[in-house]
Design a binder for this molecule. Structure first.
Ligand code: DGT
Ligand code: CA
Ligand code: CA
Ligand code: ZN
Length: 569
């Protein structure tokens, strides 16, 4: 029951040890935390069977600590470390550029314990007085602070979505449950999620609530009432459960899907019409005019149905009033995937396995796009390997039916905008993606020039993960998007929506701007193993949040049309 808590404590201990530079013990605690985080069993069960030390990375000392946490709910060793250096690690570590050692220095010298302290000391220019720091460090900290504030406590959609579906399924198994839906930011497919909002229709709220507060995912009950309960899940997130009768479910679903900002717009429209809108329905005086379905609620307000991914108060309400909502790309519209990696570079599946998996997803084609030359950490391929790989692709294409493997590469754009594979070889490929993997912090002009010069190479078809951001990890490069979008059109280069859970790059907002500027997009998973081909859903969701239609996405095209689009064959 306490897996998440134990792992969390061990990770914090590792942070404290890292502050003091004790590397081997840091590693031991991180390993133990990882083991417990990914354990499919309840750590308490493992303990009561006396099998803790059978787990990888858990020796007698760490096992003792696990027992102490299970028995007492805390760990004296950790409490002492905390007293010594009482800082909000999770928040401070989220500031790019701050590691445990710097955090210790900031605490010892300036008493910085949290993000507010950090901001204050930075603005007073106290940081630059410290050893190894300067006005540049202060500037960087201020830039990264806001990013850290926005991110603490939120989780990636890609990880929460499967978990929320699992919970939904469990609740749905109850006979007394007529309907269960996930609402909130998860339903809107926002890239990060604060908590899980669950709505249920049932005649028997108490029984559903009892189940919810004691199910296997629940670690701790925060509030328990008959129409609303909140629990802390073992994965560390909170989940809210709300129970509604059938004839109010539509209005509750609209309300709790949000966004809050869109709800406020809807309420204004209701008021103008002399109506009242809340989670219980659309009311005139006390009479409920609508509330059973979402469609009813939108329609009575004079709006067409708004897809959840659009509900961010970014113009969708006006568009719905005018009947001008986009016809969004669908979750089953992709015909192929044009970025993935195999054992030839840093992937872990073979070409054949990737192709078979793509076929199982119903695709007509896939492109194998392993890393090239200069990207050593990713096992980049040289000319000879590329030629050998092309032969293997020919061979697998002969073996498999109803799926076409395209020969592709993900080449690197160097700090001068040059590619690491020569043009005559690139000309032999079906699909060439170019992307930046180094030198992220050049100035805006230079970064933009690099990408544009890659676009100007006639062999380059796609710019992969165009902004380089990693959600909660790394900010986007500084780019002049107007120039990028213009060059993409002039050079007929496609911009990628990378569907990897921590990339989603382009982001929803950038997708919308790119489309308004007239660019074409491709949704790719960047899969490094076959299971990751399922990330496509996240790329589609993000594209929908960016108002993308089927016609905007080139890999909704059947193979022949796609090839024509690339001027191939
Ligand atoms: P999150 O959890 O931070 O990722 O984002 P949401 O959108 O899921 O927000 P949450 O969980 O606080 O609330 C779920 C929905 O309930 C939200 O999208 C809209 C609705 N809601 C919550 N509080 C308010 C409020 O004060 N006013 C209005 N109009 N709606 C609210
Ligand atoms: Ca939420
Ligand atoms: Ca909530
Ligand atoms: Zn890779």
């Amino acid at each position: 029951m306490k897996n998440q808590k134990v792992a969390w404590i061990f990770n914090r201990i590792a942070d404290y040890l890292e502050m003091d530079g004790i590397d081997f013990r840091t590693k031991a605690y991180r390993n133990a935390a990882h083991t417990i985080e990914t354990l499919s069993l309840d750590i308490e069960d493992v303990r009561s069977e006396g099998r803790l030390q059978e787990l990888p990375g858990i020796g007698s000392k760490i096992a003792q600590k696990i027992e102490e946490i299970i028995d007492t709910g805390s760990l004296e060793y950790y409490e002492n470390l905390k007293k010594e250096t009482p800082v909000d690690f999770e928040a401070l570590l989220a500031v790019e550029g701050l590691g445990p050692k710097t955090i210790k220095l900031l605490y010892k010298e300036l008493g910085v314990k949290n993000l507010d302290d950090l901001e204050r000391e930075t603005k007073r220019h106290h940081i630059r007085r410290l050893r190894g720091m300067g006005d540049k460090t202060e500037k960087k900290i201020l830039e990264n602070l806001e990013f850290a504030r926005k991110n603490t406590g939120r989780r990636l959609l890609g990880y929460v979505l499967p978990q929320s579906r699992e919970i939904q399924e469990e609740i749905n198994k109850l006979d007394i449950v007529e309907r269960v839906e996930i609402a909130g930011s998860i339903r809107r497919r926002k890239e990060t999620v604060g908590d899980i909002d669950i709505l249920v229709i049932t005649q028997n709220p108490d029984e559903v609530t009892d189940f919810f507060t004691s199910m296997k995912f629940t670690e701790e009950v925060i509030a328990k009432g008959s129409s609303k309960s909140t629990v802390r899940l073992k994965n560390g997130l909170d989940a809210d459960l709300r129970v509604f009768p059938e004839d109010e479910f539509g209005s509750a679903f609209v309300y709790f899907t949000g966004s809050k900002e869109m709800n406020i717009e809807l309420r204004k429209i209701a008021i103008k019409k002399g109506l009242k809108l809340n989670e219980y329905g659309v009311l005139r005086d006390d009479e409920q005019l609508a509330g059973k379905t979402e469609e009813d609620v939108f329609n009575i307000l004079g709006l067409s149905y708004i897809e959840p991914e659009l509900r961010e108060n970014r113009g969708e309400v006006d568009a719905a009033a005018l009947g001008k909502l986009p016809d969004l790309v669908g979750y089953h519209d992709l015909k192929g995937d044009l970025q993935m990696h195999t054992k030839w570079s840093d992937g872990s599946s073979t070409i054949k396995i990737m192709a078979e998996s793509a076929k199982n997803l119903g695709y007509q084609y896939l492109a194998i796009t392993d890393h090239t030359g200069t990207l050593r950490i990713a096992g980049g391929m040289g000319d000879e390997q590329i030629k050998m790989q092309m032969k293997e692709i020919d061979q697998v294409n002969q073996e498999l039916e109803d799926i076409t493997i395209l020969k592709g590469l993900e080449v690197n754009i160097d700090s001068d905008g040059l590619l690491d594979i020569k043009n005559e070889l690139l000309a032999d490929m079906d699909v060439v993606l170019a992307s930046i993997h180094s030198g992220f912090r050049q100035d805006r002009e230079k970064m933009t020039d690099r990408i544009i010069s890659a676009m100007e190479n006639e062999n380059v078809d796609i710019i992969a993960h165009p902004t380089g951001r990693k959600i909660q990890e790394r900010r986007a490069y500084d780019l002049d998007f107007n120039r990028i979008y213009e060059a993409a059109q002039e050079t007929n280069t496609i911009l990628e929506v990378n569907a990897h859970p921590n990339r989603l790059d382009l982001s929803d907002i950038n997708i919308r701007r790119a489309l308004e500027a007239g660019c074409k997009l491709v949704i790719n998973t960047d899969a490094h193993k076959r299971e990751e081909l399922s990330f496509a859903e996240l790329g589609i969701a993000t594209s929908r949040r960016g108002w993308a239609e089927k016609k905007d996405i080139i890999n909704t095209l059947p193979l022949k049309k796609l090839l024509k689009n690339f001027n191939l064959n």
